[in-house]
Design a protein around this ligand. Structure first.
Ligand SMILES: [Mn+2]
Length: 194
């Protein structure tokens, strides 16, 4: 089985095309106007063991907000569709990810009720064109659209690049792990996960 996730969305502000595969690693091509965001998306998909293509274009140049938000919406929507009825998935995963001085905890539940609970603090305003407030906004928009509960806690770290990179690595690893097929039924007493 190979779960292929695809989505395209165009608004007056952006044009975003996303494809990735939950079961096949491979080439990762990321193209957005934000250098550090490219680096983080590449990191996330690498640790998701997913080949991926993300193309994001801003139709009206404003700042990094629309690209980050809309990319998260499109990735989240592709993931939601490709998980379908969530039959057989492991559902939960938690990761504690070190990157030198940085140590970050990520916990996900593919619950069908999307929400993000994030405890991150930074000393810098932005890195490589990415406002650091948009790290939280990316995770929040992805969680809501994909119907996934995501907790992120910075345990320690003084280098903001390391902290953010540990977050995206952990997110990739948690999304990989929680989407593994471990059974044949829906892993919920309620019987549904959407
Ligand atoms: Mn880096």
């Amino acid at each position: 089985m190979s779960r292929e996730c695809r989505e395209y969305r165009e608004t007056r502000e952006t044009k975003i095309a996303v494809e990735f595969n939950l079961d096949e690693p491979g080439d990762i091509e990321i193209s957005t106007p934000i250098p550090f965001f490219n680096h983080m998306l590449e990191t996330m998909f690498l640790y998701m063991n997913s080949r991926a293509k993300v193309y994001a274009e801003e139709k009206k140049s404003v700042d990094d907000h629309h690209i980050v938000e809309d990319s998260a919406i499109v990735i989240g929507s592709a993931l939601e569709k490709c998980l379908g009825d969530r039959v057989g998935i492991k559902r939960f995963s938690h990761q504690i990810v070190p990157m030198d001085d940085a140590l970050v905890l990520i916990a996900v539940d593919i619950s069908g009720r999307g929400g993000a609970f994030i405890d991150l603090s930074f000393s810098r305003e932005a890195i490589g064109g990415l406002s650091l407030e948009n790290v939280q906004h990316f995770i929040d928009s992805l969680a809501k659209r994909a119907g996934i509960t995501i907790h992120v806690v910075k345990l320690r770290g003084f280098n903001d690049h390391h902290v953010v990179e540990a977050v995206f690595k952990g997110l990739g690893m948690a999304l990989y792990d929680s989407t593994r097929i471990v059974g044949s039924g829906v892993r919920s007493l309620k019987g549904v996960l959407r």
